[in-house]
Design a protein around this ligand. Sequence first.
Ligand SMILES: *Cc1c(COP(=O)(O)O)cnc(C)c1O
Length: 407
Amino acid sequence: MPSQKDFLKGFGSVAIHSGHEADGNNAHLTPIYASSTYVFDTADQGMRRFNGEEKGYIYSRWGNPTMTEAEQKISALESFGITKNGEPLQLKSILHSSGMAAISALLLGVLKSGDKILSHFSLYGGTQELMDKVLPQLGIETVIVDLRDLNKAEEVLKNDDRIKLLYLETPANPTIQCVDIDELTKLAKRNNLIVAVDNTFATPYLQQPFKYDVDFVFHSTTKFLNGHGTAIGGVIVGKDLEFMNGRMEKVHRLLGGNSNSFDAFLLTQGMKTLEVRMERHCNNAMQVAKFLQQNNSIAKVNYLGLTSHPDYSTANKQMKHPGAMLSFELKDGLLAGKKFIDKLQMCVRAVSLGTCDTLLSHPASMTHFGVPKEKREKYGITDGLIRMSVGIENVEDILNDLDQALK
Ligand SMILES: *Cc1c(COP(=O)(O)O)cnc(C)c1O
């Protein structure tokens, strides 16, 4: 197993060095292992690998050295600085082909027919659809409430003993709402719930859910962890090593949502710069938010770094910085939104988030085009809402582009 490098003091150093195992041919970087299968010296050795007596790779759906490095790095970052009973917290990560593959595998791994999920109403679209369209057919239902209201959450739990899992996404799409991980996890644990947190928007640099008593964290690694928009990926991270090595590993292998060496290689290289990228992302986002707040054609700016955001104090409590995601509302609605988006010269018109380049999307005409207007507006997705993933370009170029597009 790759060395833990526990002596490293800084997050950035851990991001660069942890998970790396010296290569047999002295390659500086772990190569892209393009091999589906692994050779046994003897039948006996094959048997020992299968029954777990001997460590070693067998078949790439189950893992290979390129994927292991990315997994170990994510475990090191999510557990950075966290101790349990005086020892560094040990985590296990399982890389998947996408964020959705990771979420699906986790939910199918921990829930059974008749169980229910408790979640907040502001969720990633794919997760929402999974809960609405796929899980109910397997007998798994989702109860959605405003989890910013702890009393409401408690009341729901008191009246429904079928709820087995608390599913949190914070900050969440696209109004950048936050829920209180600490308080909700305490409540969930009093009711014997499993707690899972989607940490995609924050990354372990800004927020570490394992500081609280959560059971699982996952990411769409497609976003800030990769950081360059070069590969789709996802990961499940867990602290119950017996469960992760047993049931979860089994479900992962059998559902077949494995990652691949090339994408894992890109992810590993991307994660090495997570700290410097996030510092710049957040710095730029704060300046963009202040600029937008002062602009006459904008009705509202949703950014966790502004005291006007209703979840400012929750974000302040659990995040190192307020993140790189923001959204804002243009006064003149749908037409203004489309016109603004079309005028951008440097910032990129695209969905997704977490890349070096600034990305802007217009939910009403793109991601949420199919959602009826009344339903959209209930979730804060008005016609003039623009979602922005602030990149790491020089901030004056971002501001200039926004300025000319708003004129
Ligand atoms: C993108 C995203 C996902 C889904 O991940 P994919 O890699 O696209 O499958 C899940 N949760 C959040 C918060 C996301 O942003």
